[in-house]
Every structure is written in C-alpha cells, then in structure tokens.
Design a protein around this ligand. Structure first.
Ligand code: KIV
Length: 256
C-alpha cells in the first residue's frame, strides 16, 4: 500500500467517516469501485458465498482467487484481504501468506487479533488492518465482547498494541458502543466498526447482508438497503414463466 494511500485513510480520522464494505467477485467490485473508501475481501466469503457454517473453513486459495476477481473489478479502490484461519500461525507463514494476498491484488491484509503477528507483517513492509472484539475465526459462538470491565480493559490494551504494531486501521466487531468510543478516542489510527456503534471512525458491513442477499441470519447491527433475495427470486420466477409460456426467446433475441 502506498504511503499516500495510507495517509489518505489516516487523514479521514475525525474529519470524515470511512465507508468500507466486503466484496468477493468481479461484477460487484465493478459497481463498488470508486464508491467506497475501502473494500474488504473478507473471509465472510465462507458464509455468504461458499455456504460454510464457519469462516474457519476458508483457505488461502479461496482468498487469493477472490482477491484477483475483486482487484480486476475495482482497480481504483484500496482493497484489504483477510488472512484466513491458520494462515498466520507463525511470523514466517504470516509473511509468506500476506505477500501472496498482496501479489493477488490487495493493498493490505487483515488478521484477527495477534498484535505480535501484525508487528512482523508491518516490519516486512505489508500494510495491516487489525481486527478485535468478536473474532469469527476462533469464537465458539456469536456474541458481544467487552461487556465486563476486565474484558473491556483487555480490549483497550490490545487496541493500543495493534496501533503500536504499525496497523493503519482497526476493525472493532461487536463490542459495546461506549467501549468503541473509548478505544476510538484513545487511538490515532481510525477504527472501523461492525456492530460497535456510531462513534467509530468508519463502518463496515458484509455486502450480501446489506443487500438482503444472504438471509440465513441477520444480526441486529445489519441494516438492509435492499431485499435482493426477493428481487432475484421474482426475476427468476418471471424467466421460468416466460420459457414455459413460449414468450422467451422472442425473434429479437434470436439469430437468423
Ligand atoms: O470477513 C469479514 O467480512 C470481516 C468483517 C466482518 C469485518 O472480517
């Protein structure tokens, strides 16, 4: 990630809210390019695209393939790639896999937790966004993190460590809004919230959640801007009906 790109994101803190969204494929990336500040090729792809029950099933090959597709569709946008579960267990594997994701088109990578690994990645010249709070790769169950005082203090300390390790931003997932506000105020790097309230410097949502395309479950923090599953269902219904009734294809839709 170029220094000027990183400065552009850092410079938004306290000035302008940062809009980040996930993306996994070329066609959606074409729509998003230039409209959002940051795209995340998140391992939520395991849930919403690949149909797994856990993001932990996502592999390096999955992230690399989808990163290439998103970069081809969004040449003008800063793109972050998730380091999938198991790909950053040691500093050596983290650096090797971080470089693979960068080579596939990412500007930066995002591990969950692990300030120690973030330090090694940034020292190797790989830009990193941190991720604290609810950590889907390792969590036993979905829930808010940091409600009790001890957990909240630990999260604030980890956030400071992530910043000290050289991350240029920090995702805060599912933590109480008051704690997110405290962490945001304590850091000079921007925080990007998901289920962590309005005080964060920016927000991220899973694209398929906010479009209403993934409907298996809907956490409280998701705002649906479209009911895409219903729209697609209706469109396919019309298509099937047009075939059955002989309405499709028409002469205009055939070659002579
Ligand atoms: O994989 C993902 O979509 C994420 C976001 C929830 C931040 O990591």
């Amino acid at each position: 990630m170029s220094t000027s790109s990183m400065q552009r994101i850092l410079g938004k803190k306290g000035v302008e809210k940062i809009a980040m969204i996930t993306c996994y494929d070329y066609s959606f990336a074409r729509i998003l390019d230039g409209k959002v500040d940051l795209i995340l090729v998140g391992d939520s792809l395991g849930n919403v695209v690949l149909g797994y029950d856990r993001t932990a099933h996502v592999t390096m090959e999955d992230i690399v393939r989808h990163m290439g597709a998103v970069r081809r569709g969004a040449p003008n946008t800063l793109i972050i790639g998730d380091l999938p579960a198991g790909s950053y267990a040691t500093p050596e594997t983290a650096i090797e896999n971080g470089k693979r994701i960068i080579d596939a088109g990412a500007d930066a990578v995002k591990p969950e937790g692990r300030p120690d690994i973030i330090e090694k990645l940034t020292a190797a010249g790989i830009a990193v966004m941190g991720h604290l709070g609810y950590l889907p790769q390792t969590a036993e169950q979905f829930g808010v993190i940091g409600r009790d005082e001890q957990e909240a203090a630990a999260l604030l300390e980890q956030a400071r460590q992530v910043q000290a390790a050289g991350a240029f931003g920090l995702v805060l997932e599912c933590i109480p809004a008051t704690l997110a506000q405290k962490i945001t105020g304590a850091l000079s790097i921007p925080t990007i919230g998901i289920g962590s309230g309005a005080a964060c410097d920016g927000q991220v949502l899973v694209l398929y959640d906010m479009l209403g395309l993934f409907t298996d479950f809907k956490p409280r923090f998701v705002r649906r801007y479209l009911n895409m599953a219903e729209l697609v269902g209706d469109a396919v219904g019309h298509y099937v009906n047009d075939i059955k009734t002989g309405d499709f294809p028409s002469h205009k839709e055939e070659y002579q």
